[in-house]
Design a protein around this ligand. Structure first.
Ligand SMILES: [Ca+2]
Ligand SMILES: [Ca+2]
Ligand SMILES: [Ca+2]
Length: 399
């Protein structure tokens, strides 16, 4: 079960040049790390010169792309991506530990799945679990627990939930256990509420929204046993344009769950659970203030306040409770345009976003934004570029 430290972690595509700059030119990605300029050949392999720069930032707020300590003291990413590209493909979701020094990334790569850990100070990157340890498939959802373990779920039929018991340990000492009480399904988003209930989804076209109530909440035994509930709404979510819909949490064993348009990522802010519904172009909000009776409303949707939103997939909240929304690539391409990242301002008393603003457009047509995550200070927005390319970008909101 333990993972041995892999050899030859350095990526052979990196070469050293004695220059001082951070530039993106002609199909080559140059980044300064500690006074040394690196060339990332994998970018050159993946993009034609006409597709640069990596992304175009948009919107009134503005965003800087942080790619090196020379750009800002906020971040030191050394070889972020060279090593990940070299070892595990398909970087999907991201999670920070509470110290925000370590960035964990799941690799949803079928039978080659795993989880990597990047030390954002030293740049050291390790694979902490992967397919050589266990028959993982499509590792996806990532969530830090209140008792300092790391959950990872499989986005696959019969997908399992695992708990990594010591995610900050040496890679060869990392241990994990399966948590079958959470159920088996295609699960991407994971979130805890303040009572220690764990929420998830089944990512299929008519998928459900789930709540696991532990017998021993907020303890290391939380995920050993408990009750699984599903969300049952009085009306189809497609009827939401007129207002909020009453819904209830009922035990999975007795309820007939309500289907939603392929739920992907979820996010909890205060007493609100947000769920991205990819196929219906909606982000819904679910009130968690009552444990039994609730209501479901639209937060952002293509039919109301976000006309160009297409296939909302990943969600991230900032320190003010606003949401970033990343699109699914298949649906944005279906619309005949590039993949986009959005910012939705919260605060409307009815639970809708006040406005939904474009943040960035991905200029590489076969990739999507994925695994978006904002640090606690709101100074770093992490996003994977997932598809034919495979690396992390960090954006800094400018206020
Ligand atoms: Ca996924
Ligand atoms: Ca997914
Ligand atoms: Ca996804």
């Amino acid at each position: 079960m333990a993972v041995s430290t892999r050899q030859s972690r350095s990526f052979t595509g990196w070469i050293t040049l004695k220059r001082v700059a951070v530039v993106v030119v002609s199909g080559t990605f140059l980044a300064l790390f500690g006074g040394t300029l690196f060339w990332a050949g994998w970018v050159l392999n993946s993009w034609g010169a006409a597709q640069l720069p990596v992304i175009t930032t948009e919107g009134e707020r503005g965003y800087r792309i942080l790619i090196s300590p020379a750009e800002s003291d906020l971040l030191a990413i050394n070889g972020i991506t060279g090593e990940k590209v070299a070892f595990l493909p398909k970087s999907d979701m991201n999670m920070l530990d509470p110290s925000e020094r370590y960035l964990f990334t799941s690799h949803e790569a079928g039978a080659q799945s795993g989880v990597t850990r990047i030390d954002l100070v030293s740049g050291e990157t390790d694979i902490i679990i992967d397919y050589r340890d266990h028959d993982f498939t499509n590792l996806d959802g990532l969530l830090w627990t209140p008792w300092d373990t790391l959950l990872v779920s499989e986005e696959a039929t019969g997908g399992r939930l695992y708990e990594i018991l010591n995610p900050l340990s040496r890679p060869d000492e990392v241990r994990f256990v399966e948590r079958p009480a959470f159920g088996k399904r295609r699960n991407e988003g994971l979130a805890f509420d303040t009572q220690g209930n764990l929420y998830g989804v089944n990512e299929v076209p008519d998928g459900g929204i789930y709540r696991f109530r532990p017998d021993s909440p907020l303890t290391p035994r939380s995920l050993e046993s408990g009750t699984l509930d599903v969300l049952v709404a009085d009306e189809r979510v497609t009827d939401l344009k007129t207002g909020r819909v009453v819904a209830r949490w009922e035990p999975e064993s007795t309820a007939s769950l309500t289907g939603f348009g392929r739920p992907e990522d979820i996010e909890i802010v205060g007493n609100t659970l947000y769920v991205a519904l990819t196929t219906t172009n909606e982000v819904i909000s679910i009130d968690l203030s009552d444990p039994n009776i609730t209501s479901v409303g639209l937060f952002a949707s293509a039919d109301t306040n976000a006309p160009d939103l297409s296939g909302p997939d990943n969600l991230a909240s900032d320190q003010d409770g606003n949401l970033y929304i990343a699109e699914n690539i298949t649906l944005s391409r279906y619309r005949g345009r590039k993949n986009q990242l959005w910012f939705a301002r919260a605060g409307d008393p009815l639970g809708r976003a006040i406005d939904v603003e474009l943040v960035a457009t991905l200029n590489s047509p076969r990739n999507e934004f994925s695994g978006i995550l904002v640090d606690s200070a709101g100074e770093r927005l992490f996003t994977n570029v997932l598809g034919t390319d495979n690396y992390v970008l960090v954006l800094q909101p400018m206020r």
